[in-house]
Design a protein around this ligand. Sequence first.
Ligand code: ACO
Length: 380
Amino acid sequence: MSADAAEKETADKMAARGLKGVVAADSKICDVDGDIGKLIYRGYDIDDLAVNSTFEEVAYLLFQGELPSKEQLADFSATLAKHRAIEPELMAFLKGMPRNTPPMTALRSAVSVSAHYDPLAEDSSPQANFEKSIRMTAEMGSLVAAIRRIRDGQEPIQPKPELSHAANFMYMLNGKVPSADAEKAMDLILILHAEHGLNASTFAARVIAATLSDMHSAITGAIGALKGPLHGGANTEVLKTLMEVGSVDRVASYVEETRAKKGKFMGFGHAVYKVEDPRAKHLKELSRRLGIETGEPKWYDMSIKMEECVKAAINKNCNVDFYSASLQHYMGIPGDLFTAVFAASRIVGWCAHVIEQISDNKIIRPSSNYIGPAERKYPA
Ligand code: ACO
């Protein structure tokens, strides 16, 4: 073999670390342009959807490919309302969990158990998967809220059918119907986190779906992937960092110290975006406003300073998880619940991808490049 051919063979065999740059699916759901910081759901720019749509509309769009008509939206919203209440058996399961179960662990188990009570759990026809997508979207917010309340020794709250998905979620979390502003803030969080192409958790869901396993298994696996601090779990870590740093005047030294020990800055950097994450500016602006409204601008001010110092230190922009931390903190959501709130939105993207995967399925089975010992004899 020529030197060139040998070099090519080695290069072909080399693992693409983290599958970076590998195109692993054709998808009609979402376009992420990391070079210019653009995020498109089914052809609609996220900036447009953030201002003009609702979570219900976005969910319908992601599932069905088109924005709903008025009638379709009313029907879809009514179906969501119908499925928001948690099955009594599932509620009993939640109440039986140890109080110190981390919320994402509780959510992962709850979604798995919810399959036991779903008559369509083992049916992967397009209609069954669409129906399950609506049910799981409806139920996910209720599960997150119930997990929080049970953990805090409070009785879970039943949903109110007349409220929007965002308002219901906040009502079930806090026991108070939110103000129009608070409802809009939650609606925006849900819209912005709903979908993001072939990210780690969505890829995990598609890998599971591609074996022709069931939708609940795919979503359970996706929740496990989202939980990690390099993915959705980063928002919880961001708040921990802000709490640890404690004041604006300590931010610069924190960044210096972290850089010196080659530590990670949670909520910064992205596998795809080379410029600012297009979702971050919306969350940043809301965080600014709530900082003023709550009379506690410190968390926003610290975040601004951290963004400036991290950019100067390692030239990384903040991602969706960074301002979502101060924002959710202002909204009264406990830090260890942030990733579960993310899941209550991303359920939509996961389900849309499972449906797409099944519609033109091929098992996902990459290869590995063996670098272990050469073949050897079992010792005599
Ligand atoms: N802090 C410090 N160094 C960083 C950071 C960061 N936040 N991000 C990247 N780097 C450095 C590291 O040296 C990294 O190498 P390593 O992964 O071996 O440590 C190097 O830059 C190269 O990173 P990239 O190629 O730019 O990014 P990659 O695709 O490898 O990782 C990731 C992306 C995981 C998001 C990374 O930026 C990171 O760990 N960020 C912090 C965690 C975080 O905020 N995750 C949420 C991402 S958004 C989401 O999933 C919803």
